[in-house]
Design a protein. Structure first.
Length: 458
């Protein structure tokens, strides 16, 4: 999110100024246009908050370099002068691209914050300590800006949501909500647990699916290179002398000839489908379909499904305070899953049923079709006994234990399967190569020539 400062004029001639956040300049213009139409304003100027590089000196000390965000060069110069520095230079940063900090950095920040808050340390001191110790420049600058905004009395929820591009939408919302809740330590602890679980699951899923897929793809390219380029150099040597080739060698040579005759078609078939699928799954409709059917995949689908329910239950447990205020925790917990299909079912089926028809939570969840029978049964028991909050935590812990155990087993099975596939392919290539080595010319007179040529080729 980028901040923009604007000045405007009312119909009575009064000048006003304000700040708004937007993902881009075009979005900021749309927001300003709506604001101007609604309040009958005339926008006079808009300035984007940019990063400036400065060089200053205090007395005879060594010059200090640094960077600071501001709406203009003049703001930087005035602020540094008030601090007693002699401004040597202030220039706008030409390439101002903020890379999102690694997930591990954000997890560390949230986890350490929760531990310090449990020790009753004031939040301003927590931020100051972490600003000094954080190595990632983007995160350090973000924490500085958050600290400055909070010291000025800014709303914590609004402040953190400005940086959802850094923290992620859900994390920014939870951290902003924590300051208002009166129970910061618990919300930070729950958020850290959520982030750790999501990071751990993605890492395990990468080991279970992405790494084997890349291995198979690279192996496929290696086989193509061998069959299409290396193997024909030897096999065609025998063809030129009219020697009959063994079955496997002849078949492999035909495949090689086809590959060499249609390189464009082979490239198209190899690369186009995955690229097209990735592009489609990035669209709104494609992501919805992917998220829906990812829960129905054999073997891995149930693990993904149960992990979504675990995340939902863990977030719901953190935010839920009573049946009178259950809608907002349900909505936020659905968004936290990161699965658009799961989120859509909760928002478009469960919540309307609860609001418009007054049905119970368990009945509404059952209508979505995204909860397991075990989860529905536990929610039903919790709803009847009035322990729905604790039930959510029990479900989260249960599914965490189950998915961690089953995912480890799945990774081991996939690793064995990949090793078997590699072994089969290597045996096949070895057999073809061995068969080629047994080829002998019909005319003994040609033998010495073939052997001589083989040596030269080698």
């Amino acid at each position: 999110m980028v901040e923009f400062k604007f000045t405007a004029q009312r119909l009575n001639g009064q000048n006003i100024s304000g700040v708004l956040s937007a993902a881009s300049a075009s979005e900021a213009k749309k927001k300003l246009k709506r604001l101007a139409e609604k309040n009958k304003l005339r926008i006079k100027s808009v300035r984007k908050k940019s990063t400036y590089l400065y060089k200053v000196r205090k007395g005879n000390e060594k010059p200090i370099r640094g960077e600071q965000k501001a709406y203009s060069k003049q703001e930087i110069e005035e602020a540094l002068s008030r601090l007693g520095y002699k401004v040597l230079s202030v220039n706008k940063k030409l390439i101002d691209v903020q890379r999102k900090p690694p997930t591990a950095e954000i997890v560390t920040f949230v986890k350490i914050s929760s531990e310090l808050l449990e020790q009753k340390l004031p939040y301003s001191e927590v931020l100051t300590l972490l600003i000094n110790d954080t190595q990632n420049t983007t995160l350090k600058n973000t924490l500085k800006e958050i600290n400055n905004d909070l010291k000025k009395g800014a709303d914590s929820e609004v402040t953190f949501l400005k940086y959802q591009g850094i923290f992620g939408k859900f994390t920014a919302y939870m951290l902003g909500l924590a300051s208002k809740s009166g129970n910061m330590a618990e919300i930070y602890k729950a958020t850290a647990k959520f982030l750790e679980r999501r990071q751990e699951f993605k890492k395990s899923l990468r080991s279970a699916l992405i790494t084997p897929a890349v291995t198979i793809f690279v192996l496929f390219l290696a086989v193509l290179f061998y069959v299409g380029y290396i193997f024909p150099e030897t096999a065609k040597l025998f063809v030129r002398f009219g020697i009959d080739l063994p079955p496997m060698t002849a078949f492999t040579l035909k495949i090689s000839d086809f590959l060499m005759a249609h390189p464009f078609l082979i490239s198209l078939v190899t690369f186009l489908p995955p690229i097209a699928l990735i592009a489609y799954f990035r669209t709104k409709k494609g992501k919805l379909i992917f998220d829906k059917y990812s829960m129905k995949l054999p073997v891995i689908g149930p693990l993904i499904h149960k992990t979504l329910i675990e995340v939902f239950c863990r977030v719901f447990y953190t935010l839920y305070h009573g049946s009178a205020e259950s809608i907002e925790p349900i909505r936020i917990a659905a968004e936290a899953t990161g699965n658009t299909y799961f989120e859509q079912k909760i928002k478009q089926v469960a919540i309307p049923l609860m609001l418009k028809k007054g049905v119970g939570m368990t009945e509404a969840f059952e209508a979505t079709g995204v909860f397991t029978d075990t989860a529905l049964s536990r929610f039903h028991s919790g709803e009847e006994s009035g322990t729905i909050k604790n039930t959510a935590l029990q479900l989260a812990n249960y599914y965490e234990s189950e998915t961690v155990y089953r995912l480890k087993n799945l990774i081991e099975i996939i690793q064995v399967a990949i090793a078997m596939i590699i072994m089969v392919i290597m045996i096949a290539l070895t057999l073809v190569s061995a068969e080629t080595a047994t080829v002998r010319p019909k005319n003994p007179a040609l033998g010495s020539n073939v052997i001589y040529m083989e040596k030269n080729v080698g």
